[in-house]
Design a binder for this molecule. Structure first.
Ligand code: GLY
Ligand code: MN
Ligand code: MN
Length: 443
């Protein structure tokens, strides 16, 4: 099992995070792990995933637990497993053992937490359990989790390596497969076999224009493009997020290859430009302009790429942001709304071409972000735009007919910002069309 280990001692990593929290937020903090949710009756539960803020400081996916953090000390509150529970779930480590593993200063049964609640700050999502939702705590957690330590980076790399293997398996499985479901199974099998889980619901679809398509029932036809957005999550909770789009036949048609090239140019431009000090919003706009230029070259758009982007014409085909923060969550810290994604004082634009931008901060070393431009023909966007005449002659609607077989293309990689530029953590998975064709095989 090469993908599950760390050379870094967990307790030491967690202590460093707690010390940093104590500098940023000296007062007491309580964070809860959460617990499994019953599917219908209590003994049959949805897969449990601990709260990411809890995981960041506790390191282990404990359930029905809480931690109290203050001055660099961690106190663990959780009950030992009852003998009845042990009958069904087997023996589990004692509270004291877990406390030692995560470097806790003290550990108590869960009810002892009650005495600390009046004083402690917590997060908005956890106010069900405690009175004090604290903006200062939100700011401190964002400041901490925005940049990843060596342990986190190692875990993200391990998840990314498994995702790369899953995508290779998906491409190799496409020729013998007859349905999206079979390709999905081939991909998730790789993730499961490494003891990992999916960081989000996989998208494996010939309807790539449905951005979060979570159904897998379509059959695969030779002319289809298959869009797969599949990412592994390490047992420690750290995520990865990859999208590739490949031809079911093993060969892109000329039209598919043309549009793929325009999306790839947008992707490559962002990777070349990503470095500390660069505004992520500017990367998004760079992707938009590069894509628009590509679509002008293909005769789909008319005009100057800069002004097409200023008028949001590109967004007819690329309606989402170029990516997001990646960490313990695939859209890291979006449970805090835009507090993590948007620098203080910034708010989301309501412009069509910017409103789905999830990240608007300057990049700095050890942030991890995705770069994921795309091209989609969404009937619900293109139909009304064509009818209304709103975009004048900026779009060559008749030319679109030549690209009917291109429903959705996205190319997504995970990128670590380094002191001098960036490292593509998922670069072992090719993006060039020839290399993609070779991996799919076939003809
Ligand atoms: N997998 C979801 C996303 O790419 O944002
Ligand atoms: Mn993504
Ligand atoms: Mn994705």
């Amino acid at each position: 099992m090469p993908f599950q280990t760390s050379a870094l001692p967990l307790a030491q990593v967690l202590q460093a995070r707690r010390d940093r929290l104590a500098e940023l937020h000296p007062g007491p903090v309580v964070l809860w792990s959460g617990q499994a949710v019953a599917r219908n009756f209590p003994a049959n539960v949805y897969p449990f995933r601990a709260s990411s803020h809890f995981l960041y400081f506790a390191g282990l996916p404990l359930a029905k637990a809480a931690i109290h953090l203050e001055g660099g000390r961690l106190t663990l509150f959780m009950d030992d497993t009852s003998p009845e529970a042990a009958l069904w779930h087997g023996p589990t480590p004692s509270r004291e053992t877990i406390a030692a593993d995560i470097g806790a200063t003290a550990a108590y049964p869960y009810p002892a937490l009650e005495a600390h609640l009046a004083e402690a700050a917590t997060l908005p999502a956890q106010t069900r359990e405690a009175p004090h939702s604290s903006p200062a705590l939100v700011n401190a957690l964002v400041a901490l989790r925005l940049h990843h330590d060596d342990y986190a980076l190692e875990q993200i790399e391990q998840a990314a390596a498994v995702s790369v293997a899953a995508h290779r398996a998906g491409m190799a499985a496409t020729q013998p497969a007859t349905t999206e479901a079979q390709v999905r199974a081939a991909m998730e099998q790789v993730i499961m076999a490494q003891g990992m889980t999916c960081a989000y619901n996989s998208i494996v679809t010939v309807q790539g224009e449905v951005l979060h398509n979570e159904r897998y029932h379509h059959t695969l036809a030779a002319g289809d493009l298959l869009l797969a957005d599949v990412g592994a999550e390490a047992p420690s909770g750290w995520a990865s997020d990859i999208t590739r789009t490949w031809p079911v036949s093993g060969r892109f048609t000329a039209a598919q290859r043309d549009i793929y090239g325009a999306v790839l140019a947008a992707h490559d431009a962002c990777i070349a430009a990503a470095q500390p000090g660069v505004e992520y919003r500017d990367l998004h706009l760079l992707a938009c302009r590069t894509l628009a230029a590509g679509l002008v070259d293909l005769g789909l758009l008319r005009g100057n790429p800069d002004s097409l982007v200023e008028q949001d014409v590109h967004a007819l085909f690329f309606p989402h942001g170029v990516g997001h923060l990646l960490g313990l969550d695939v859209h890291d810290m979006e449970d805090l709304g835009d507090e993590a994604g948007y620098a203080p004082g910034r708010v989301r634009s309501d412009r069509f071409g910017l409103k789905f931008l999830r990240l608007d901060r300057p990049l700095s070393s050890n942030m991890v972000v995705t770069i994921e431009p795309g091209f989609y023909q969404v009937p619900g966007i293109l139909g009304p735009a064509r009818q209304s005449g709103q975009y004048g002659d900026s779009v060559n609607w008749d030319r679109l007919d030549a690209f009917q077989g291109v429903r959705g293309i996205r190319i997504e990689n995970d990128v670590q910002i380094t002191p001098t530029g960036c490292t593509v953590l998922t670069e072992a998975l090719p993006t060039r069309p020839d290399a993609i064709e070779a991996l799919v095989g076939g003809l």
